[in-house]
Design a protein around this ligand. Sequence first.
Ligand code: PGA
Length: 249
Amino acid sequence: MAATAPFIAGNWKMHGLCAQLDQLRILADGLANHPSPARVAVCPPATLLAQAAHMLMGSRVELGGQDCHCEASGAFTGDISAEMLADTGARLVILGHSERRTLHGETDAMVSAKVVASLRARLEPIVCVGEHREDREAGRAAPVVEGQLAASLPDRLAGARFSVAYEPVWAIGSGVTPSSDEIADVHDAIRRVLRARFGEQGARVRILYGGSVKPDNAAEILRIAEVGGALVGGASLAAADFLEIIAAA
Ligand code: PGA
């Protein structure tokens, strides 16, 4: 495990109506009753952020969005700017998730512009990268991820607080995870890129693993060198599961 406390972030994706806000209360109460050294964040749908921010005030749970537009405002129907996320009380934002890259055609250049936007709004970005199954099978996982990092991380990140999430696309929502060695290899490659690019700062950036992290595999994954936390999808929806993952950190 990395020297700093692990960072466990939940990505609710397009799940959650007002009724699910109860899960945040259970999460905050659970952390208050069983303190953990982990840093904890939840990224619910944008529709819940303002209420969630109100509910989590004074708790250790940080709040993030799941995407943002690169402009601060404008004629972009349906989009949400980084400034709008910050205005709700969010302090983080997931950017470049593979579902955005695949289903919304987001390129590395677009992700990089969104990262710049997040910094402009004083949001801390969690930048996602990860290979498709064909890349993995062709032995190209690390080079693909290195390429994504090179083009998705703007120079403006120098001196800023951010995390990288390694999420193999084939592991997301599939119940299948890479072996510990496979995770370690890609995390080592990411660390080399971050060091080369950002020097001492790059040695400290947290690298999260994401893709089918569950209560029963979290401890093993979080023990891997250079795994500094987890980005958790499905298992973050129920506070009880998420608290078990946090307890494993
Ligand atoms: P999962 O999703 O934990 O449901 O696999 C992870 C993610 O997409 O961030």
